[in-house]
Design a protein around this ligand. Sequence first.
Ligand SMILES: [Zn+2]
Length: 259
Amino acid sequence: MDYLIRQAAERIAYARHLVISTGAGVSKESGVPTFRDALDGLWAQYDPTELATPQAFQRNPKRVWDWYTYRREMVSKTHPNPGHYALAELEGLLPKVVLITQNVDNHHQLAGSRDIIPLHGNLFAFKCSTSCQGNPTSIDLDSLAPWNPEDGPPRCPYCNSGYVRPDVVWFHETLPEAQLTRAFEEAQNCDVMLVVGTSGAVYPAAWIPIKAAERGAFLIEVNPQPSELTRAMNIHLAAPSGEVLPQVVEVVKQLLHSS
Ligand SMILES: [Zn+2]
C-alpha cells in the first residue's frame, strides 16, 4: 500500500491539471444517510418517486418540501471527514484542481474546496421551480420574507407564482447541462484524475473518467472495494478515502517541498 500511495502522490504532485470526481462513498464515511437510509420513521411509508420527482412536487409540494427539510436536518448533524479536507488542501498545493461531485451534502464546500462542479445539485441550495429567470433561478432562502412552513414551500420572489424548490436533481430529471458540459471539458483536458468513492454505475457521471482515460490522463481510484471503473484505472488504492487521502496529501507536500 505504501508503494501505491507514493506512486499516486508522485502523479498528483506534478499534475498540471487535476480533476477529482467524488461519489457516495465519500459521504458515507461521514455518516451522511443515503436517500434510502433516510426513508425511515414517518418517511418509511413513501416510495422515492413520491418524494423526489417533479411530478411529486407538483402533486404535493409540502410533502416534498418537508422531506428535504428533514434531509437537511439529518445531513447537518454530520461533518466533512479527513478525506474531504485532504481534497480541499490539494487546491492550495497544485496549479489547477477541479472537483466534480455527485454528492449533494455540501461537505466539500464546508471542507474548503472552491472549484466544485455539483453534478446532482446541493441540498442547501434553492431555485424557482418554474426557472422564471433562466435555469437555474437561484434563490437565497434567508433573503425571503418569513413564511409559514405549515403552508409548504415559499413562493419564488421573482415570479411570485412558482414554488421554491431544492436545487437538486430529482428522479426523471436530467443533469444540469452547464455542469455536465464543464465536467466533460475538464475531464478531457486534465492530465491526472482522482476518482473517489464512486460506484461507477451512475451514468452519465461514470463516463467522466472514461473520457479522461481516452485523452491519456492518469487515473487513480480510491475505493475500499473495486468498482465498475477499477479496470480502467492506473492505480487503485483499496482503502477508505478518509484514511488514505490524508496520507497521499502528506507525501504530495513532501515531494513539493523537496523539489
Ligand atoms: Zn420564479
